[in-house]
Design a binder for this molecule. Structure first.
Ligand code: HEM
Length: 475
């Protein structure tokens, strides 16, 4: 009943400017909690955005109603319309841009098959990822070219940590999704020159008008980078490698980077065991190891709202968490897909569609759902999740569009890649191993402040790993 009232009220607000006055009145009277609804007037048309998990799920499914009217745009088309800019910028034709149900499901089936790794397959990826990061750590650089390298020359033994997360993620995507098992001839620079235009184009197409977007056909750096790796020109939408690269790489590298920073830098002084859990999983990428809680005796001691009850870093009875809990907490706090948008139209005569948005990040950070420490990294909350917390956690979207990577591939691959980086560059926050450096001293200070990491795509672009003074190279 409450939900119905809220929904109707929200739609009344949405209808016209007159109702904004009602909305403000409603907020003043605290009928609608302020955090649940946002009216965004920065775009051409007013947007409706919700942070209510149940409403978000309805928005995503395309079934939310307005004055008893259904959306006349079918669910897949409702997603494809809002993703039109991706078609322009990346020339893609995949589940996100197709309207036809059977075409969408055949794409999803093919993607699911690719990520269905056998136990041996997981160990092979683990060896590959760990050898890659170990190589960087030993050589103290990203291997940009085989002899003279732009990046190496420019950075000395400083390694750009965002570039490292991008290169490692993209290498693994190429291996798993495109069977590129022999990557010796693809240097890090080639990988980076694909990763960078993808990020640049992703940022540029957000909220842009179609005619403001650089078209895929005209994006010379992107075309050259694809040619360098895949050896084809004149890429058509149906066989564009970006159909797969985009959903896998774009989401994963950012969460891998943040997991590394959170576990290896922000939390490592007080919780060195977090790093151990993730590294152990990278070395043995099995279901058992992913879920292994090394000290189950204390698991039941944490509260449902995540109060951390362990007292001292030296307490031998302190809690430890599985890699799974650490990855889930990272996905909650640093969700890669912050908002999911859908096109809605209520009648043939309505003119054009409206965009409704599910604010996933908002759902993940609501204090009334997650507790007063909602904005803090606290893996203990995963030991006792409430029903509403389960419903609010949607890093992989929800039915009927749930990401095929949700059950296994996504969470475990994040753990594996973060673990491979931490194994090679561990002890980030101590004086004995690698440390983080940045020209802007405010960045490491902000990391240490406990205020949480930035979700901005360009954040941490100037953050480098450097060998701590007095430590000799392992070469
Ligand atoms: C950290 C990893 C990942 C995250 C956070 C993530 C997130 C998401 C989200 C939020 C959706 C729903 C989008 C919507 O409803 O519009 C989605 C769908 C999808 N994702 Fe992922 N994803 C990840 C990894 C991957 C990977 C590795 C692939 C492999 C190709 C992939 C392929 C897909 C596909 C095909 C869909 C569409 C599903 C459908 O239409 O039924 N994702 N993902």
């Amino acid at each position: 009943m409450m939900l119905l009232m809220f929904q109707n009220l929200s739609w009344a607000i949405y209808d016209s400017a007159v109702y904004i006055a009602h909305f403000l009145l409603a907020i003043t009277c605290e009928i609608v909690p302020k955090s649940w609804v946002t009216i965004d007037t920065s775009r051409r048309r007013p947007q409706f955005m919700s942070q209510d998990p149940s409403i978000c799920r309805q928005i995503i499914a395309g079934v939310i109603q307005h004055h008893q009217c259904q959306n006349i745009i079918p669910p897949n088309a409702s997603r494809a319309i809002v993703n039109q800019p991706l078609k322009v910028a990346f020339g893609i034709d995949n589940a996100f841009t197709r309207s036809d149900d059977s075409e969408v499901s055949s794409f999803v089936t093919a993607a699911r098959a690719k990520m269905n790794l056998s136990a041996d397959g997981w160990f092979a990826v683990s060896r590959f990822a760990r050898a890659t990061t170990r190589n960087w750590s030993v050589k103290q650089c990203l291997l940009v070219t085989h002899s003279t390298s732009q990046l190496q020359g420019a950075m000395g033994s400083h390694i750009n940590i965002a570039s490292m997360a991008q290169i490692l993620t993209l290498r693994v995507v190429l291996r798993v999704m495109f069977d590129k098992t022999d990557q010796d001839k693809i240097c890090d620079m080639s990988i980076l020159t694909l990763a960078q235009p993808i990020n640049r184009a992703w940022i540029a197409q957000k909220g842009a008008q179609e005619n403001q977007i650089l078209r895929f056909e005209d994006d010379v750096p992107m075309q050259e980078a694809l040619f360098d790796i895949f050896g084809t020109r004149n890429i058509m939408p149906g066989n564009n490698p970006l159909n797969i690269i985009l959903p896998s790489f774009e989401t994963m590298w950012r969460i891998v980077l943040r997991t590394v920073l959170e576990i290896g830098f922000v939390g490592s002084a007080e919780h060195p065991e977090w790093e151990s859990s993730v590294v152990a999983f990278a070395m043995e990428p099995t279901k058992r190891q992913f879920e292994l809680d090394q000290n189950p005796r204390l698991s039941s001691r944490s509260s449902s709202h995540g109060q951390n009850i362990s007292s001292s870093p030296h307490d031998s009875m302190r809690e430890t968490f599985s890699a799974k809990h650490l990855v889930f907490e990272s996905l909650r706090l640093y969700v890669p897909t912050r908002r999911v948008h859908r096109a809605y139209q209520w009648s043939e005569n309505a003119g054009s569609h409206e965009t409704l948005s599910a604010d996933i990040e908002g759902c993940h950070l609501r204090r009334d759902i997650w507790g007063d420490d909602a904005k803090e990294f606290n893996p203990s909350r995963w030991l006792n999740l409430t029903h509403i917390q389960k419903e609010a956690f949607m890093p992989f979207g929800c039915v009927p569009f749930e990401c095929p990577a949700k059950p296994t591939f996504g969470p475990r691959m994040i753990g594996l890649l973060a673990g491979a980086i931490l194994e090679a560059f561990g002890e980030l926050s101590t004086d004995v191993g690698w440390r983080l450096v940045c020209d802007d001293k405010g960045v490491p200070e902000h990391l240490r402040s406990g205020q949480g990491l930035s979700l901005d795509r360009t954040a941490y672009g100037d953050l480098f790993l450097a060998r701590a003074p007095g430590r000799h190279s392992m070469m």
